[in-house]
Design a protein around this ligand. Structure first.
Ligand code: COA
Ligand code: AMP
Ligand code: ZN
Length: 435
């Protein structure tokens, strides 16, 4: 086998050595985590003495960590180092009640970049390639995560960020972009723009490789994207709590995503009982960090549903593969690459006095653009007011939702009791997109 690797020692490590390494790093991680205010308290409350954690199999003695824990201990409750050692933070969308923050030391940034370099190199990206990174920079991890990995390999990196489709296309043409990172729904949107401009990317662009992730999508979408752009498209999985992208990634065989097991311990558990499921069975992915210095997380419930793909990948990497994410075990949804919890919408709406008690979120696609429509029942008093007042209210709601969610919704005001109720309850979220 001739598998080219960025880090052959780690990527082609034997399974035995990998498990020994995991155990060593796991025990260090537990020690380190116990210094954070959150884990110190958690271990105390649950009667855990780290002396009892002696091997990898003891992981099941440890409690799970949830997004709610991150919210409750926001902003600094998970830190294991002094602030002087931190060089970066990323924050999820949402105002304080819902926000989560993730911190990185210099070493964390370095090991994250190393993981990202592995991912991209594994798919064939090499110095001399031009890489256009079309996801959000700033507080999103997708932009800077890929950026650092690409520069580490030595790709000519264009930090084009999200949006501005015509300029994206111009950059691809001018600089001969051949590697792209793009959110799947945006790849579909960009197809429309290219069609409108009469550009056939197979003839007019030099694209070869695409990284698609940050939201769920189907094999059919991958095929459409590959066909239209003339690229090989690789699934990319990650989450801010685990650095960001670079947790699991497809190799050239495109048969599931290798999860880097020297950096993360993976467990797949039944979403209700939280007991481990047999290999190959769908369940919730639970991750423990092994190389995070500033903010290690133990048994973090990702709420993402997937399964381990049994067997060895033809590429020879022993890091086990996970399947395409099948959904979530909570009610979070993702639109335009942005994560949203319905409760965030509710909190904004309920803080506006003119808004009644009922609302509905409808997600749909219009000309390949994801749309979030928020239908809001207003109070009786408001409904009889003049149009100008209603328009002002509509704008106000849209603007407050945008600043909370980071995407622009279409707000529709409806009269009191206009939204359907079944058994007195409204179905809050209707997702009409098909990915
Ligand atoms: N990625 C990149 N660009 C996107 C996008 C996406 N997922 N979805 C839409 N866009 C483009 C639109 O096509 C539009 O550009 P155009 O008019 O030149 O074609 C532009 O962004 C604004 O679109 P709009 O629908 O008005 O967006 P919005 O105000 O509702 O949201 C975005 C603004 C798209 C910038 C914001 O949703 C975003 O930053 N998304 C990317 C998130 C991300 O990178 N996530 C990765 C997490 S790791
Ligand atoms: P964030 O923390 O903003 O990076 O979002 C992370 C979440 O995005 C994950 O928990 C998943 O729900 C989702 N996600 C990331 N990558 C993928 C992918 N390749 N397929 C499906 N969902 C993904
Ligand atoms: Zn492989």
């Amino acid at each position: 086998m001739n598998t080219e690797c960025w880090n052959p020692e780690r990527e082609l490590i034997t399974r035995d050595k990998l498990e020994a390494l995991q155990e060593k790093l796991f025990l260090e991680t537990v020690q380190r985590a116990s210094r954070s205010p959150f884990y110190r308290k958690k271990f105390e409350e649950t009667g855990i003495s780290i002396k009892d954690i002696k091997s990898l199999s003891d992981i099941t003695k440890l409690p799970f960590t949830t997004k709610q824990d991150l919210r409750d201990w926001y902003p600094y409750g998970f830190l294991t180092v002094e602030k002087e050692k931190l060089v970066r933070l990323h924050v999820s969308s949402g105002t304080t009640g819902q926000a989560t923050a993730v911190f990185y030391t210099r070493k964390d940034i370095e090991s994250w970049a190393e993981l990202m370099a592995r991912c991209m190199y594994m798919t064939g990206a090499r110095p001399g390639d031009v890489f256009q990174n079309m996801t959000g920079y700033g507080l999103f991890t997708g932009g800077l995560g890929f950026h650092y990995g690409a520069e580490k390999i030595g790709l000519l990196t264009i930090p084009s960020g999200a949006g501005n489709s015509k300029r994206q296309i111009q950059l691809m043409r001018d600089f001969g972009t051949n590697v792209i990172h793009i959110i799947p729904s945006y790849a579909l949107r960009l197809m429309d723009v290219l069609n409108e401009m009469g550009i056939n990317p197979r003839e007019s662009l030099d694209l070869r490789i695409g990284y698609l992730g940050a939201e769920p999508y189907s094999e059919e979408v991958r095929q459409r994207v590959q066909e239209f752009y003339g690229i090989k498209a690789f699934n990319s999985y990650g989450l801010s709590e685990m650095n960001g992208p670079g947790v699991a990634f497809e190799c050239t065989y495109q048969q599931g995503m290798h999860l880097w097991e020297d950096a993360y311990i993976m467990e797949i558990v039944d979403q209700h009982t939280l007991e481990p499921v047999p290999e190959g069975t769908l369940g919730e992915l639970v991750l423990t960090t092994l190389s995070r210095e500033g903010m290690p997380l133990i048994r973090y419930r990702t709420k993402d549903l997937t399964r381990i793909i049994p067997g060895q990948c033809p590429c020879g990497r022993p890091h086990r593969r996970i399947d395409r994410i099948q959904g979530r075990s909570d009610d979070m949804f993702i639109i335009k690459g942005v994560n949203i919890f319905p409760v965030q919408v509710e909190q904004v709406l309920m803080s506006i006095p003119e808004v009644g008690t009922n609302y509905r979120i409808i997600l749909k696609k219009e000309r390949e653009i994801d749309q979030m429509i928020v239908q809001v029942e207003v109070t009786d008093k408001v409904f009889v007011e003049d149009m100008r007042h209603l328009q002002r209210l509509q704008k106000k709601i849209a603007s407050e939702l945008r600043s909370e969610l980071l995407v622009t919704p279409i707000v529709e005001l409806v009269e009191p009791n206009a939204l359907p109720r079944s058994n007195g309850k409204v179905q809050r979220l209707i997702d009409m997109r098909c990915n």
